[in-house]
Each structure stands twice: as C-alpha cells, then as structure tokens.
Design a protein around this ligand. Structure first.
Ligand SMILES: O=CCCCC(=O)O
Length: 453
C-alpha cells in the first residue's frame, strides 16, 4: 500500500500534488491535541465561539476565487458551480452566526421541579469522513455547527480533494480558532478504523456511499459511538400530466446534471405520467443540447468531467448493463477517460441498474407511469430514501402524497436541494441523522436533563 496521496486534475489528467499519509505516531498526536483543545474550547462562552464565524465567512468571501479554482482543479466541478459552493458555505456560516445562541440556549421545561431544563453540552472530538463531490460544502455544513457547539473536529477527507482539506484547515486557523480545533488526518482505511475506536473520539459523521456507511456504522456501533450517516440517494423526479414544463424545465435539467450528476440528492429516476411523456422527452432532449460542455476552469462551462476515470467507468457499466436489460439510449452514452456524455435512457424499468442503483453521473433514466398512483408507487420502489420531487400544478393533490413518501425530503415544483435553514438527511439506505438547521447543531451534543427540586 502506497504511503502517499497523489491528486490529479480529472479533466487534463495532470498530476497536481503529492501528499504523505500520516504515520500512527502523528495520528496519536493529532488525537491528543484535539482532546486538549476541546477541554479549553468547551469552556469558552458560546458568544465568543459564535463571534469567530464572522471572520470565517469574511475569509471565504475574500478567497472565493482561489478556493473555487482549487475545487475545479481537484474534482472537475465547473468553475461557476465551485463559486456557488463557496457562496453557499458563506450563507451557512451566516445562518449559524445568527441562530447558534438561540439553538444552544438551555431549554426550560415546566415540570414539578423548581427548575428543569435541557442543557446542550458538547461531546468532544468528532470525526468527519467526507466525500469529494462538494469538497467545501460537505465539510463546512458539518464542521461549522459542530465546532460552534463546542466540539473539536478531525477530518478524513476524500483523497482526491486533499488540497481542499488542507486549505479548510488553514481557514479555521486564520479565522482565529484555536490551533487544533479543526485538523485533517491523511489516513488509510485501517488507520481510520483505529481512530473511530480510540477513546478520545466521541462520535462520527459520514457522508458517503451506502457501503461506507455500513462499514463505519459497524465499527462505531461496536464502540457504542453515535454516527450520523448521509449516504447515497436515488431520487425520483415525478412529472404529472399537468406539470408546467415551460416554467420548470430548467430546474428539472439542473436537478440531474448539476455537478455532472455527482450528487446524492440529484434527480435520478424521471417518472413521467403517460400523457405528458412524449412532450417531456422532446423538451428534455432539446434542453440537454444547450448544456455547455468544456473545461471545468472556464467560466462558461456547465458540465465538465467526472471526478475520476474509475467513476466514469462505473457509470458506463451501469448504463451498459441497463441497455442489456432493455433500456434505450436516446442521447449520449459515450465515455472518454473521466468524461461521460450527458445521457438519456428511456424504457427504464425496475430491475435495471439505472433504476435500482444510485448512478453518480450525468445519466437520466426515464420511466413511463400509467397514472398518478403508479408514479408514486414507482417512486417509492427504492432502497434509498433521500428525497422525492413532484412537478404538478395541482398542489392540493400533491400535498395528499406527503405521507406516502417515506424519504427525508419531498419537494413540490422544486428540485431537492439543501438549505441551511432546513434539516437535511435521509431514511432507509440513505442513512440517518440530520444536518443543517437546528437539528444539525444538536446532533453532536449531550442533551442533558437538569432537574432542581
Ligand atoms: O451528495 C450529496 C450532495 C449534497 C449537496 C447539497 O447539499 O446541496
């Protein structure tokens, strides 16, 4: 096993940088630092911890272009989207700057005691294992509320975005956080397992695949440590006959093709009611032709490359296997190294990989539904439970479907998207726990009952 990480620009194939993995001694020292810093950090008045958020947002704002370039170089996201990712991090920080004190204040509960309340105490050092697809956003949405609540953070980021990981660590330091409040670990899988079981680590947050979720939950569960798991998704995008396609088509296209389709909450299965099927397909095909494909570093590019060649090969395999089972290619389906052409597949049915599995790339699977009831039934036919979106002008009817959808989110006339103000997370194989909003900041605290007779 190599003891170094090599990052590569997936568009050009050029090597960007080499990093040495940490040895066991270095990791031990990082864990102790995290614990020592926690013991001081937790004593700081909440107001002081919140004050640092302002500086964090300022630096992100000032360095936006530099950070966006780094994202685009390391994982191939179109530059415009990388800029939006940094801006979203700023809005997250501003949200917690405004609300953290309210969320973490003691919560009085009237009982027969003289005084009874819930006190939200930090837990200690929390390990985050994060993916490459939104290399700043995924980290910040975990780290900002978790550190503000008084914890310290260790980050095991995806290897291909190690540059982003290091820059985020510097960002916290520069904003005035105590050195060691946020630390990276460049570690192997075996070392990560040891970190999880180490007594100094109190809980784990993972955003990643279902497979990784099962593995991490097993190790953490064995040590009786809490996990928050934000795993894959296979979101349905239901189009009813009365959908306003002129108004929402661009949103529907973005729901699948932003970030080259590499998003857990992307629309993956388009379940279209019979009567509107042909019209939808025609408009969808046309819209796809207008997507500007190119170098991720060009400001006009809307779709570039996938983050690694093996990922594009995986998508190609899922598509090929689905075609063998009867799916039909309407547009696309060509791969060149890490690039995979935006693709539309029709005649998709349950039992094909593009229906049953998460496809992490620019592939839209189109499924015909007999009627509304059938569309909801097909949407629910998934092991995943991250989100469903429904496009219709009949809001009253759509609202009747809310309780039938078992997912963590149900969006009507909008793509499933995260928002700092709203909880984010899944059900079933999409994981458990919530990020963002008040729910997110209360995931890694001890909700202590205080009772004074
Ligand atoms: O893979 C998950 C992507 C989440 C993106 C978001 O929060 O908007």
């Amino acid at each position: 096993m190599s003891n170094k990480i090599i990052t590569r620009n997936p568009f050009s194939g050029e090597v960007l940088k080499e990093y040495a993995l940490f040895n066991d001694e270095e990791i031990k020292s990082i864990l102790h630092t995290s614990d020592n810093v926690f013991n001081e950090w937790k004593k700081k008045p909440l107001k002081n911890r919140v004050k640092l958020l302002n500086k964090l947002a300022d630096i992100l704002h000032d360095q936006k272009v530099k950070y966006a370039n780094l994202i685009s170089q390391e994982m191939g996201k179109p530059y415009k989207e990388s800029i939006s990712e940094i801006e979203k991090c700023i809005s997250l920080i501003e949200f917690y700057e405004k609300n953290a004190e309210m969320f973490l204040a003691d919560e009085l509960i009237k009982t027969d005691a003289r005084e009874s309340f819930i006190s939200y105490d930090p837990l200690g050092c929390i390990l985050a294992i994060m993916p490459w697809n939104y290399p700043f956003w995924q980290v910040m949405r975990f780290a900002v509320p978790t550190i503000t609540a008084g914890n310290t953070v260790l980050l095991k980021h995806a290897n291909n975005v190690t540059g982003c990981a290091l820059v985020i660590q510097d960002l916290f330091k520069e904003a005035g956080y105590p050195k060691g409040c946020f630390q990276n670990v460049l570690a192997t899988h075996e070392q990560v397992e040891e970190i999880i079981t180490n007594d100094l680590v109190k809980a784990v947050s993972l955003t990643g695949s279902e497979k990784a979720g099962r593995a991490i939950a097993k190790v953490a569960g064995n040590s009786l440590k809490k996990t928050v798991l934000e795993l894959g998704g296979n979101n349905a995008c239901i189009i009813w006959n009365d959908a306003d396609l002129d108004k929402y088509l661009q949103v529907i296209v973005k729901a699948r093709f932003q970030n080259a389709g590499q998003s857990c909450i992307a629309a993956k299965r388009f379940i279209v009611e019979d009567e509107i099927y042909d019209l939808f397909l025609e408009k969808f095909k046309k819209a796809l032709k207008n997507i500007k494909i190119g170098d991720p570093l060009h400001s006009e590019t809307e779709l570039a490359t996938l983050a690694r060649i093996d990922l594009a090969e995986g998508v190609e395999h899922q598509v090929t296997e689905s075609i063998k089972k009867g799916a039909r290619v309407v547009v696309g389906n060509k791969r060149d190294k890490a690039f995979f052409e935006p693709t539309i597949l029709t005649d998709v049915t349950p039992g094909m990989p593009v229906f049953d599995e998460e496809v992490f790339g620019p592939v839209a699977a189109i499924i015909r539904a007999k009627d509304k009831e059938h569309s909801i039934q097909l949407a629910s036919e998934s092991n995943y439970g991250l989100g469903t979106m429904l496009f219709t002008e009949n809001i009253d009817k759509a609202k009747k479907e809310i309780t039938k959808i078992e997912d963590g989110a149900f969006f009507i006339n909008e793509m499933v998207k995260s928002d700092p103000r709203l909880p984010f997370g899944g059900t079933k194989a999409s994981g458990y726990g919530r990020e963002l909003s008040k729910e997110g900041i209360l995931e890694f605290v001890n909700k202590k009952t205080v009772y004074i007779k």
